[in-house]
Design a protein around this ligand. Structure first.
Ligand code: C2E
Ligand code: CA
Ligand code: CA
Length: 254
């Protein structure tokens, strides 16, 4: 992208205001006995720009984070996801699905984060358990009183919580016992070479075992092949997400 940063920020600002953003959804699957069931989706934002086409979040989330636009973006995502949950309520098959949302640490740290969630949830009257927030390890590792309180407050609202990219952050696990977490999400970098790299096998086994001991769901992300899936099943993992099960798509295609 050749535009100056200022122009890009302005373009992003207009895109949020004019609804050029889209939420795509990627299936999350659970293995029950020998049956695979759909449990929910992860919402992944996309920006459809008139000139540049589709811009992936890796390219604009950092810009949003550093320009104050992450607030409006996060608010838009929340509204959109909750409206989607509401639409699914009248669908016999989809009404049990939950939506996992990515939370930027820049947004999490803001004072208005919790009031914003509370106010949007209040508007739509959905079952809060259907909303799962994906927080990163780096955000939680700070372990300050403020972080702890905020995570507990989120949980008190009835939301469920996941730790995204688990295993890539600091190695301190002490925060796990203090936080009301529901799920660990094994980072896709450990899944990629799972069938060839013994170190990844050890890491993934360890994460699954930590999750089981703490009574948490453990989901593997970035599962692309049958072989990776089969290996994960043998290791005791029963939640999956990745191209093998479906790419992120517009809700129409789910
Ligand atoms: P993430 O949360 O770790 O999301 C997983 C990324 O892996 C997504 O990229 C997804 O499309 C991709 N992916 C899923 N399955 C596979 C697979 O089998 N193989 C491979 N190679 N990749 C797979 P995406 O959609 O480009 O998102 C990138 C990152 O942008 C996300 O990483 C997340 O950190 C951030 N992001 C996305 N949507 C939002 C949002 O609404 N809010 C915030 N704050 N961040 C978001
Ligand atoms: Ca995520
Ligand atoms: Ca991730």
């Amino acid at each position: 992208m050749i535009e100056t940063k200022v122009l890009l920020i302005d373009r992003l600002h207009k895109a949020i205001k004019n609804n050029f953003m889209k939420l795509y959804y990627q299936p999350q699957i659970i293995l029950v006995g020998n049956r695979l069931e759909f449990v929910g989706v992860e919402a992944l934002i996309r920006w459809h720009d008139i000139d540049y086409g589709m811009i992936s979040p890796g390219n604009f989330i950092p810009i949003a984070e550093n320009s104050g636009l992450i607030g409006p973006l996060c608010e838009w995502v929340l509204h959109e996801a909750i409206r989607q949950l509401k639409r699914w309520e009248s669908d016999e098959y989809k009404k049990k699905w939950r939506i996992s949302l990515n939370v930027s640490y820049k947004q999490f740290e803001k004072e208005n984060f919790l009031p914003m969630i509370e106010s949007i949830m209040g508007k739509y009257n959905i079952n809060p358990e259907k909303l799962r927030l994906e927080l990163t390890e780096s955000l939680l590792i700070k372990n300050t009183k403020e972080t702890l309180n905020k995570v507990h407050d989120l949980k008190a609202l009835g939301l469920t919580l996941s730790i995204d990219d688990f295993g890539t952050g600091d190695s301190s696990l002490s925060y796990l016992k203090q936080l009301p977490i529901d799920e660990l999400k094994i980072d896709q970098s450990f899944i990629r070479d799972l069938t060839s790299d013994q170190n990844d096998v050890i890491i993934v086994k360890t994460i699954i075992s930590i999750g089981q001991k703490f009574g948490l769901d453990v989901i593997a992300e970035g599962v692309e092949t049958e072989k990776q899936y089969e290996k994960l099943v043998l290791m005791g993992c029963n939640h999956f997400q990745g191209y093998l099960f479906g790419r992120p798509v517009e809700p129409l295609y789910l």
